[in-house]
Design a protein around this ligand. Structure first.
Ligand code: FMN
Length: 215
């Protein structure tokens, strides 16, 4: 599927065929392709908890405002954002060094840059770093899903603290969203896409408070 078609056709599906499962190789492909998303310093600060056992989906639903799509989707992916900027740093630097992006002495400089940019453990900057990159991963995942003939629904209506406990997600991690993934129910009507603002409402040129889009 053309990427523009994926963007145009992606919608938030509410009704899923609850008796269908996503084949393992398809699920792998979905996550592998989404994992090509860009990230700050290529640090990929995301993890995914795949919830597909009916009983686990039922539990997840109780933490997600009882939204039925959580139980009906074939799988719900808990997108976890990891503020630990160091966890993938060495693997990333190894790769950059091996591929010739950098020479060995630059490793210390980059490590220092990362630490200065995102502050110390628990900093607000680290949380923003994690959430913004995990959100890009999540968006990629939704588009890839469309390309693979699957539908999705992003969800941030959930009770994060207790949900993290129930799914053994450590306290210091963030959960920017869940993504329900599955096959649309054919008998359910998806309403037309709701309004999108016109570009005049949110695009300016050269400065936030000036410039109009030409034409
Ligand atoms: C981060 C995020 C969280 C969302 N959380 C919920 C949610 O908890 N429940 C829900 O019904 N829809 C949720 N949505 C879906 C939005 O309502 C939906 O994307 C929006 O209305 C636009 O519709 P469309 O995705 O079909 O274009 C969420 C979307 C995003 C991106």
């Amino acid at each position: 599927m053309d990427v523009l078609d994926a963007v145009k056709e992606r919608r938030s599906f509410t009704f899923f065929e609850s008796d269908r499962t996503i084949p393992d190789n398809r699920l792998r492909e979905l996550i592998e392709l989404a994992n090509l998303a860009p990230s700050s310093f290529n640090l990929q600060p995301w993890r995914v908890v795949v919830v597909q056992e009916p009983e686990r989906k039922r539990v997840l639903r109780t933490y997600a405002l009882d939204q039925s799509k959580v139980e009906e989707a074939s799988a719900v992916l808990i997108i976890v954002a990891d503020p630990d900027v160091e966890v993938n740093l060495n693997s990333m630097l190894n790769s950059w060094e091996e591929l010739g992006y950098i020479k060995k002495p630059s490793r210390a400089t980059i490590t220092d840059m990362v630490r200065r940019r995102y502050g110390s453990e628990g900093s607000c900057e680290r949380k923003i770093f994690a959430a913004k990159n995990a959100a890009l991963f999540a968006m990629s995942l939704m588009l890839v899903a469309r390309g693979l003939g699957l539908e999705t629904h992003a969800i941030d209506g959930f009770d994060e603290g207790p949900m993290k406990k129930a799914f053994a997600i450590p306290d210091d991690k963030l959960v920017p969203m869940l993504i329900a993934v599955g096959y649309p129910r054919q008998d359910a009507l998806l309403l037309p896409r709701a309004f999108r603002r016109s570009l005049e409402d949110f695009v300016s040129f050269e400065s936030y408070d000036a410039g109009k889009i030409p034409g």
